[in-house]
Design a protein around this ligand. Structure first.
Ligand code: TMP
Length: 236
């Protein structure tokens, strides 16, 4: 049996604990919310439960599509057993519809449907505010190898190809999302989470935002939006 031992890392939204198995760690999802590189702080009651359960459900479905993930087992509503990876310090963003920083950068209104998905990379570095980088930076700084970036790119588009129609069935536009990958046994696998913290979900009919933008932009009913997404995905 796997048992939880000491805390090895505390991030903005999760705590990570070691276990008696060196290849496995336990992730504990918190209700703490931050935005704008930690400058805005708050609590979203029940967020940890939603993000844990939704991420695990999505990872299970993605595994069936042949996408390797860190997910092993849900331990309780907030904690999961996952593979211990070395995180690639590159945040991978896939966009289908213009929103957020892309809207500002290109001067396009939010909601413009992109002709093809846009892939972006950011350097995972809070102090610098996760600046956008390209593959030249990634190779020059040795953040990942060419082979790793080829695999990451292939997996990111596969995730998008699966998730767009998946959420469409729930009357949700998958506007954009952020993925993180890790190294495990010499392979690249999907890590971190897939949740309303890391995706933009818009109701197709009402265009209501059902994601962390409700917190970032003080739109109200933040908890309700998270609960609604869990309800639509898990049917509960
Ligand atoms: P952006 O428009 O602010 O660049 O965000 C793009 C997507 O990435 C959006 O779905 C939210 C997600 N995201 C994170 O998960 N973490 C972050 O730190 C940021 C800035 C965005």
């Amino acid at each position: 049996m796997v048992t939880q031992t000491e805390m090895i890392y505390e991030g903005k939204a999760k705590r990570v604990y070691a276990t008696n198995d060196p290849k496995l760690v336990i992730v504990d999802y918190k209700d703490d919310a931050t935005a704008f590189d930690g400058k805005k702080r708050g609590t979203i009651s029940g967020k940890g439960v939603v993000n844990n359960r939704m991420s695990n459900y999505m990872f299970g479905l993605l595994e069936k599509q042949g996408i390797p993930t860190h997910f092993v087992e849900e331990l309780d509503t907030r904690r999961s057993l996952v593979r211990r990876v070395e995180i690639v310090k590159v945040e991978v963003i896939v966009r289908n519809i213009v929103a957020g920083s892309l809207s500002k950068r290109l001067g396009l209104p939010e909601g413009v449907v992109l002709k093809s998905p846009v892939l972006e990379f950011c350097y995972k570095n809070d102090e610098l505010g996760d600046p956008m980088i390209n593959e030249y930076h990634i190779f020059a700084l040795e953040l990942a190898t060419k082979e790793e970036m080829q695999r990451i790119t292939e997996l990111a588009f596969k995730v998008n190809d699966f998730m767009v129609p998946f959420f469409e069935k729930m009357n949700i536009d998958l506007v954009d999302f952020k993925l993180e990958f890790g190294r495990f046994d010499g392979q690249i696998i999907l890590a971190d989470e897939i949740s309303p913290d890391t995706c933009r979900f818009w109701d197709k009919t009402t265009k209501e935002r059902l994601d962390k933008d409700r917190f970032r932009r003080d739109l109200g009913n933040v908890e309700g939006a998270y609960a609604e997404m869990l309800h639509r995905v898990l049917g509960e």
